[in-house]
Design a protein around this ligand. Structure first.
Ligand code: RNT
Ligand code: ZN
Length: 438
């Protein structure tokens, strides 16, 4: 007879407890020796994995709502957070407070990624073309105090000037100018952030412009978008770094997206700005991991939006799945980790949002560590020796190696909980803080 699994409360309490320090250390010692046999230096991998700055998106904290003085129901630009889990942050202070809680659970270097719609204007409406660095002074002071870098994004959606779903590619001169001015204002804000924090700020332009059906003119919008971008990027704005994000389609613009992948890749290459690949913005069988060697052979830097598309650009919380593993492997194998601006982009409103941040951010850091622990040279050698079987066996071996013990050690070293212990901190934060929000 099959044994019944224990689901007792005490069992699950134990599960959420911080693993004993001595057992983490002794498991690590064994893991370290095992990896050393394969020529992998675990200490070096841990150090390198912790040093990669990863930018965490503010918009997971409040389901992409933003802090603007609202102007009625607005088109979300084909992106939508789904779910109604209680406890979403209702203002800037709450987003900051929630992210500080997440930070207590996140090992390594982090940045925070803001959108223009998170301006704090003291209750006064300030339109997007008039935004200034001072509207982000709370964010900058907070980032400085928490030793975080900041990244930035103009908000080209959820606004009455998204006329017929078009912004920078609109044929209406006034509309187009409004969005050009907004993007220039954002680059100045990015510059102010970089200067204030002494860390690079990537300002990433994404827009939902496109057509739902039977597109009659594919040319005009692309020509206008290229022209708008040229106007936006005309003035030098260092140390701000400019990026442009492509997309396959969005809800409501299924047939034609102006800023497609080819469009932005060639734009970025010819204008010397950084292309952004979002993992949800391609056909589902396309591999973003494969794009690293294809593009970084010709360009210097890449911005990645690490996300998890499920059947479409659903922005699920990233997990350490095959796609994420492959992406991290490729970055490490190609020695391009430093040529990538690592950012997260997801929004799940159906689960605790501090947990969502923590899960997604830890998954990416874990993926990087796992990639840095790969006995890669042996696989390359097998590949060049016509020994496909050894290569495959090595790939399979990686699933058996005691990578978890090294991750636990990395967490211990960084003074953050390992195993499921972070979850119990999220739960008590939920009880003490989030439950009081309506
Ligand atoms: C949308 C893009 C974009 C947004 C953020 C909020 O499909 O991925 O990056 O998610 O700007
Ligand atoms: Zn994105």
């Amino acid at each position: 007879m099959a044994k019944k699994r224990s689901t007792s409360a005490s069992g699950s309490n134990r599960m959420f407890r911080q693993p004993d320090k001595r057992s983490v250390e002794s498991a690590y010692r064994i893991a370290k020796a095992r990896f050393a046999e394969l020529g992998v230096d675990t200490e070096k991998a841990v150090k390198q994995a912790l040093a990669v700055p990863i930018s965490v998106q503010c918009w997971q904290g409040d389901d992409v709502s933003g802090l603007e003085v609202k102007q009625g129901a607005l088109d979300g630009g084909g992106i939508q957070a789904t779910g109604n889990y209680p406890g979403a942050a209702r203002n800037g202070d709450e987003i900051r407070q929630d992210f500080e809680q997440a930070l207590r659970l996140l090992p390594g270097q982090w940045k925070f990624n803001l959108h223009a719609m998170y301006a704090e204007t003291g209750g006064k409406p300030v339109d997007r073309d008039a935004l200034q660095p001072r509207h982000f002074s709370c964010w900058m002071d907070w980032a400085k105090a928490n030793k975080l870098g900041l990244d930035f994004n103009p908000t080209l959606f959820a606004h009455p000037n998204m006329r017929d779903g078009m912004s920078l590619s609109s044929d209406d001169k006034g509309i187009r100018q409004f969005w050009i001015d907004h993007c220039i204002a954002c680059r100045k804000i990015g510059q102010a952030m970089a200067r204030k924090l002494g860390k690079p700020c990537v300002t990433n332009v994404w827009l939902p412009d496109g057509r739902k059906d039977a597109t009659a003119d594919r040319w005009g919008p692309r020509q206008r978008l290229a022209d708008s971008l040229d106007q936006i990027f005309k003035q030098k704005m260092g140390p701000n770094i400019d990026a442009v994000e492509s997309k396959l389609f969005g809800i409501g613009v299924e047939e034609y997206t102006v800023g497609s992948n080819e469009f932005y890749l060639l734009y970025a290459q010819s204008r010397k700005v950084v292309p952004c690949f979002d993992m949800g913005h391609f056909h589902l069988t396309e591999s973003v991991a494969d794009k690293l060697s294809a593009t970084l052979t010709f360009i210097d830097k890449l911005l990645l939006h690490v996300s998890r598309p499920v059947r479409w650009d659903s922005d699920h919380v990233p997990r350490l799945n095959d796609d994420l593993k492959a992406l991290c492997d490729e970055a490490v194998r190609g020695n391009v980790v430093d040529r990538i601006y690592w950012a997260l982009d997801f929004f799940d409103a159906s689960i605790n949002r501090v947990a969502a941040w923590t899960l997604g951010a830890r998954a990416l850091r874990k993926g990087l560590l796992r990639a840095m622990l790969e006995p890669h040279a042996a696989a390359v050698k097998a590949e060049y020796s016509f020994d496909g079987a050894t290569k495959m066996a090595l790939a399979e071996l990686r699933e058996e190696l005691p990578f978890g013990a090294v991750w636990d050690y990395l967490c211990l070293k960084s003074d953050v909980p390992s195993g499921l212990a972070w979850m119990s901190e999220v739960k008590s934060y939920e009880k003490q803080v989030l439950a009081a929000r309506s």
